[in-house]
Design a protein around this ligand. Structure first.
Ligand code: G3I
Length: 449
């Protein structure tokens, strides 16, 4: 009864105010509203409230995911409200929102009110939490790095947020293998030494990959047997150099074609179908303890490829080839793969009793060539955040024995390979160009709940 009475009174006050708008002296300054703490908070909505402003006709309500109001909730960028409160709906549980309000009289708009912070019910994740702290000892949280980006703000970020690093490029054949029997260790050593100095894990990437064959190898004129010997010597040299320093290697990377079938690489041509097994064997001989991974991409959505990847792995296992794990490259999009597609892929790794590495994680906000975004919309940003959360949730839910690492493929937006590859803007990583955490980072943390 009391509630109804208060409601009627509020309505009358609002009505009288609206009626008296023409009487208000036009010179009177339109006051700034005072926003009040939210009420009726639940998982998906809350009631935003504010005080009456004399002579206001309506109010403009902003609701955002960020305190600086750069990420508006859909339909809440200056939403016109003819009342002193509004139920903000379609929200996410356990998430921090902010709101503020302005009063309107004719063409006049007041200053912004104070900002109210509200957290929807559900498990809340403090966005200031560090990734590696949240993942605790469950698995490594990795980042792709380069030797020229290990100091200053990079150093701060790596050492605070991450427990593992991978050379994005500098431990590939094209960098290290400068000629038959000659090796350039400079950048690789710098990265490994940095990791050791900072007590950070190193995942090695990648011993054999068609995408990083030195030009001298591509034009090699020796016999196939000599070529094979070169690859053997290379794997032996690299793995041996980092025994006890590098925990794991992608031994063979991307050996299956998009759409299925064995990729026709120089290694296949010169060493035969057995080349993958040989590479794993040589890596094992060089280091009996290092973890050996097969690494590939798009296996959750390209089912022909998925089938052939697991057929390859089955074949390796049947022949007692030493393989410890699978790296599922997570170069994914805000809307794909679905959680179910991802889970199916993951289950195939676990069913083979292999460790799982979510390697090379980045989530494109631009996924459809015909609808390229030049600025990141709030809706897309949220969808991208939710995809990060989903990926981490799936990983976090697997049994401990299969966990190894989730490695994010870079740190700052503008340094992501995605921008070059697709020749357009994107925001695929966890930090912006100024090293600030973005909502994708919060999505990662929420996936660890
Ligand atoms: O460092 C040189 C620079 O000196 C030169 O001026 C410039 C001119 O093109 O090239 C620079 O090297 C580039 C390098 O990235 C560093 O930015 C190479 O051209 C470029 O090809 C290389 O691209 C890398 C790509 O692998 C090929 O190795 C990407 O950074 C790296 O993110 C990408 O990573 C791969 C994984 O290894 C395997 N899975 C797919 C993933 C994406 O392609």
């Amino acid at each position: 009864m009391k509630k109804i009475f208060v409601g009627i009174c509020t309505g009358i006050v609002f009505f009288l105010n609206a009626c008296s708008k023409d009487d208000a002296p036009s010179s009177a300054i339109l006051a700034t509203p005072v926003a009040n703490p939210a009420t009726e908070i639940n998982d998906t909505s809350f009631k935003a409230k504010w005080n009456f402003v004399s002579s206001a006709q309506n109010y403009l309500l902003d609701v955002s995911l960020s305190r600086d109001f750069t990420d508006f909730v859909t339909n809440y960028n200056a939403k016109s409200v003819n009342d002193l409160n509004d139920i903000v709906m379609n929200l996410i549980g356990g998430t921090q929102y902010y709101y503020r309000v302005r009063a309107v009289r004719g063409t006049e708009i007041s200053n912004y009110s104070n900002v109210i912070s509200v957290i929807t019910s559900g498990t809340f994740v403090n966005a200031d939490t560090l990734l590696k702290v949240k993942a605790a000892n469950n698995f490594f949280v990795g980042a792709a790095v380069s030797s020229s980006r290990l100091s200053g703000a990079y150093n701060t970020l790596i050492t605070t947020e991450f427990s593992s690093i991978t050379a994005e490029n500098e431990m590939k054949m094209e960098t290290i293998f400068t000629g038959p029997g000659t090796y350039n260790w400079t950048q690789a050593d710098a990265i490994v030494d940095y990791a050791i100095a900072n007590n950070i894990n190193v995942h090695g990437h990648a011993l054999v990959w068609h995408g990083s064959v030195p030009s001298w190898m591509n034009s090699y004129t020796g016999t196939d047997a000599e070529f094979e010997q070169l690859v053997h010597d290379y794997i032996t040299a690299v793995v041996t150099r980092y025994v006890g320093k590098v925990t794991s290697w992608d031994v063979v990377n991307e050996a299956i074609n998009d759409g299925g079938g064995t990729r026709n690489t120089i290694f296949l041509q010169k060493m035969g179908a057995n080349y993958i097994a040989k590479c794993f064997q040589w890596a094992r001989e060089a280091d009996p303890n290092v973890l050996l991974f097969y690494n590939d991409y798009n296996t959750s959505t390209d089912i022909s490829k998925q089938n052939d990847v697991y057929a390859l792995i089955d074949d390796l296992k049947t022949n007692n080839v030493p393989i410890d794990g699978v790296g599922l490259q997570m170069h994914i999009k805000y809307d794909s793969p679905t959680k179910q597609e991802l889970q199916t892929d993951v289950d195939k790794v676990l069913a083979r009793n292999l460790k799982l590495h979510f390697s090379e994680l980045d989530v494109r906000a631009n996924s459809n060539d015909s609808q390229v975004l030049n600025t990141l919309t709030p809706e897309r940003k949220l969808a991208q955040k939710m995809k990060y959360r989903e990926v981490v949730e799936v990983y976090n839910a697997i049994p401990a024995t299969y966990k190894y690492a989730i490695t994010v493929w870079g740190m700052k937006y503008n340094e992501s390979w995605i921008l070059n590859q697709f020749n357009r803007v994107d925001w695929p990583l966890l930090f912006d160009n100024s090293f600030n955490r973005k909502v994708t980072h919060t999505g990662f943390l929420e996936g660890l709940e």
